[in-house]
Write a protein that binds this ligand. Sequence first.
Ligand code: S3P
Length: 428
Amino acid sequence: MRIISKAKGPLRGEITAEADKSISHRAVIFPALARGESVVRNFLLAADTMSSYSCMKQLGVQIIRDGSLLRVQGKGIEGLQEPVDVLNCGNSGTTMRLLTGLLSARPFFSVLSGDASLNNRPMKRIINPLSSMGAKISARRQGNFPPLAVNGRNLHGIDYALPVASAQVKSALLLAALTADGETSITEPHKSRDHTERMLEAMGARIKHEGLQIIVSPDANLTPQEFIVPGDISSAAFFMVAAALVPGSELIIKGVGINPTRSGIIDVLIQMGCNIKIENKQIISGEPVADLIISGSELKAVEISGDIIPRLIDELPVIAVAMAGASGTSVVHDAQELRVKETDRIKAITSELKKMGISAEATEDGFIIEGRSGTIKGAQVNSHGDHRIAMSLAVAALLAEGETSISNPQAVDISFPGFWQEMVRLSR
Ligand code: S3P
């Protein structure tokens, strides 16, 4: 249980964003596919990324770790070894989906499993296209849910149009395509995060882009790299919204990744009337990074849907909190993917915010929030074991009269283990 009280005053000062989770997963998986040593700096030390780290070790990859610095000794794709035990992906959809793509094309047997949440997340979205490439994957409940049993073999390229934008599905197919016979073409309906393409291209993968289409040619010679992981905009988002909502705040968040496929929250907060300055822009390891300066402002309602959704999908729970503190009725559409994240995030965030007196209505593909429709009051709320719900509720608690107690607060360890400490420090 964590108790959070209303913010006593403005949030001020400087923080460094927690390392990016999506890039950290990739930074421990991809170097294993090259021959030689890659160095990874600022690797995220959190439960999710440690799942990828442990699975790679189980696949026979030697990784030397000194704090957040990794030295990954790649032996080429052919160097991966059959794991002797089940690969435990924990809570991490990224670990499971990326590794399934990779292992479908390796000549050995592997089983991937996760916690109760992950073993209830749909996998047909990767199993169907991988099967068209020739993969043999078995799964529970009509072949949709983990554990997954993968009988790896030679695959062939396909031409595939994703029904929903998903970086995990795109990445699984890109990894399978690296050693397939022939080219693979992948087309998304909207652009999802592109870290996989950026990193594999830097390593020498043969990838071409044509609008929303990506074409991969196999058998490239992948070379080791130095990857410096930037700050995670998805973790910074909680403090961005907190600073936007608490009057008089001015918060500097250093070293945040502002890749355009991830930065939808900046656009939305600016549209809501928030003052955000973007300074010290630079490119680090092929990713745009900057310092963000966020000042508290009077926010107004916003409607979001369409192309922007994949650019802020993980931030929608905390955007719901921003909407609760904004004047007017805000609406989110086209975000049905939220229902198949670590929890059904549409249901989880609306039901918990309601307990705090916020007018929040779940819809099929999003939610409707009437901002400032009454007093936001402290309540007993539940994270549902979902890291992003826990942190979003903590931000809502800063606005609420009285105390809010959040159960299952340790869920934050999945992506942001230092969250509670940072929260206490900034709201003191
Ligand atoms: C991720 C992709 C996103 C995101 C998830 C991490 C990734 O999911 O929600 O938290 O690292 O590739 P999609 O596969 O739905 O894009």
